[in-house]
Design a binder for this molecule. Structure first.
Ligand code: MRU
Length: 348
């Protein structure tokens, strides 16, 4: 099932807010609809929002009507700003939009038809690149999974989150396909339940055994079930190896460290932001309090009570065993191995 696809001058997004009960698509014919879909989590997961935003930028060129008041370049800049403002933490969004802007700036023959077709090609290239890299990353990751393993993952990092093969969940899928005997623990991931709704749905569909747990069972699971490794994704990894991921990841990393359990971060290099040195510089998205007060649209607490709702937290690099990208397995000291991975291919 396609998570994101382009057809007839429209972008179709599998509406992840409706999963696992309904598989319906939203059809976006204006770039503003893509921005709304990203903000409202219809499409989510760092690589997938980068892919959707790239198509959204291309869509803006299709939306443009020659208007002497607003030249095309300004219209595209406005679309870029609106798409970028939707979710501040995942750097893949900025990465994809910068590539799209570069594609626009490099166009020689600036007729509207040519601009539209070049930008659509550029968005398709970003999408295809993601798919290819993730398979490589999954193979690197699978080589670290023992023949029999209890794996703990978090949030949703599968095809739904990347519009490709998946990051952490891609590793689980690859290890399963290699015949390894894997049991995956899936925390539900409050407040919006990406684990319970999306990861469980993907694993069930792939026939990979899993056990759903609530987020407050993590300590119990480490103590009583025996976790062999943790695999998570990332929304932004900075130069020293600190990284932002779904709220709760930091607590999970501390628990893994306490239990001497390997803790791996799986992410494409488009998730790495070398402009930031340390995790404390990463902007953390704060979301609508209703996500915490409500569950499936039903109020489960006191109406209008005070709520804290950061969508992500930052895990320090010293809790990370290795970062797995399409370039290889980057081991501590992460500051060095991350930088080296940008200078040379195939770091192992
Ligand atoms: O708020 P979400 O659902 O977009 O958060 C997703 C995550 O935190 C994922 O772990 C991250 O984007 C990496 S997914 C490949």
């Amino acid at each position: 099932m396609e998570v994101v696809y382009w057809e007839g001058q429209r972008l179709f997004l599998l509406d992840q807010t409706k999963l696992p009960h309904q598989t319906t698509y939203v059809a976006c014919s204006r770039y503003q609809e893509v921005a709304e879909a990203i903000y409202s989590l219809k499409v989510r997961g760092a690589p997938a929002i980068g892919v959707a935003a790239a198509y959204g930028y291309a869509l803006a060129a299709f939306n443009y009507r020659a208007d002497p008041g607003l030249p095309l370049e300004q219209f595209l800049d406005q679309a870029e700003r609106e798409l970028l403002a939707t979710r501040p933490t995942a750097v893949n969004l900025r990465w994809a939009l910068e590539r799209m802007r570069d594609a626009y700036l490099n166009i020689q023959e600036k007729s509207l038809d040519n601009i539209r077709s070049v930008l659509l090609e550029a968005a398709l290239a970003i999408h295809n690149r993601e798919r290819k890299l993730e398979e490589k990353m999954a193979d690197f990751g699978a080589s670290l999974v023992p023949p029999e393993a209890n794996i703990l993952t978090y949030c949703n990092t599968g095809a739904l989150a990347t519009a490709g093969w998946g990051t952490a969940l891609g590793v689980i899928r690859a290890a399963h396909n290699q015949g390894k005997s894997i049991k995956t623990f899936v925390p539900e991931t409050r407040p919006v339940l990406q684990g319970a709704r999306l990861t469980a749905w993907e694993l069930h569909d792939a026939g990979i055994p899993f056990t759903l747990i609530t987020d407050n069972m993590l300590g119990y699971v480490f103590l009583h079930e025996g976790i062999d490794l943790v695999l998570v994704g990332a929304d932004r990894i900075v130069a020293n190896g600190d990284f932002a991921n779904k709220i709760g990841t930091y607590g999970l990393a501390v628990l893994a460290n306490y239990h001497n359990c390997p803790f791996y971060v799986v992410a494409p290099s488009s998730t790495i932001d070398l402009d930031l040195e340390e995790g404390k510089e990463i902007p953390i998205e704060m979301r609508d309090p209703r996500e915490v007060r409500e569950l499936g649209g039903q109020l489960v607490s006191v109406k209008n009570c005070a709520v804290l709702n950061p969508a992500f937290d930052v895990t320090p690099h010293h809790l990370v065993t290795a970062v797995i990208t399409e370039k290889g397995v980057l081991k501590p000291p992460l500051e060095k191995s991350i930088r080296r991975s940008f200078d040379e291919e195939g770091v192992q």
